[in-house]
Design a protein around this ligand. Structure first.
Ligand code: SF4
Length: 192
């Protein structure tokens, strides 16, 4: 009876904290944690991590992408990045949701002329339609010479790139659109 009472007394949280592990403590450190709190861990605990670069703008902040079994868990700032030293701006900090948000559009939407609503069309059809229009506009507006000088360009088509494009993509776009198609108006969202 007396032993049971003693056992119960030792489970009393105040006493358990003050004499955790057989030592008298002040009850403000780890001894104040419940077993449940002690078992808690970060959601990325034991996850694999890949170093990456934020794709949003040209600053190039470092990111750590945590993943487990093919699923992205979180994206956080990389403390080892000499650019950002572990910090991310609100856009970079939200990049996990760029991929995972349920409202993310993953199919091409098309609103026909005068239509009041959008319809979904297959990606192949959208790409074919864009290619057809670019090619037709280029053919219709091509300028071979101007004031006796060869210019070989079209001013009827422009391209505005997104800030999520990386260096290599921008290089290829510039090469294709300027050197290949003769477009002179090629710019990027980051300049606006
Ligand atoms: S969007 Fe923000 S976090 Fe991403 S590279 Fe630019 S400044 Fe860095």
């Amino acid at each position: 009876m007396a032993l049971g009472w003693l056992r119960n007394l030792r489970r009393w949280p105040l006493l358990a904290q003050l004499c955790a592990g057989g030592h008298w403590l002040d009850g403000t450190g780890a001894e104040a944690m419940s077993p449940r709190t002690r078992a808690l861990g970060a959601r990325v605990r034991d996850a694999s991590v890949a170093r990456s670069v934020c794709p949003y703008c040209g600053v190039g902040c470092g990111q750590l992408a945590y993943h487990r079994e093919g699923r992205l868990l979180a994206i956080e700032g990389d403390p080892a990045s000499p650019i950002s030293q572990g910090t991310l701006c609100p856009k970079g900090a939200a990049s996990h949701e760029l991929l995972t948000h349920p409202g993310r559009l993953t199919r091409v939407r098309h609103r026909a002329p005068h239509a009041r609503s959008w319809t979904e069309i297959p990606l192949e059809e959208a790409m074919d339609r864009i290619a057809d229009r670019v090619w037709e506009s280029r053919r219709r507006t091509w300028v071979e010479e101007q004031d006796g000088e060869p210019v070989r360009h079209t001013t009827a088509i422009a391209h505005l790139g997104g800030a999520t494009l990386d260096n290599e993509e921008n290089y290829l776009l510039k090469k294709l659109f300027t050197g290949g198609l003769g477009m002179v108006a090629v710019s990027n969202q980051a300049r606006i």
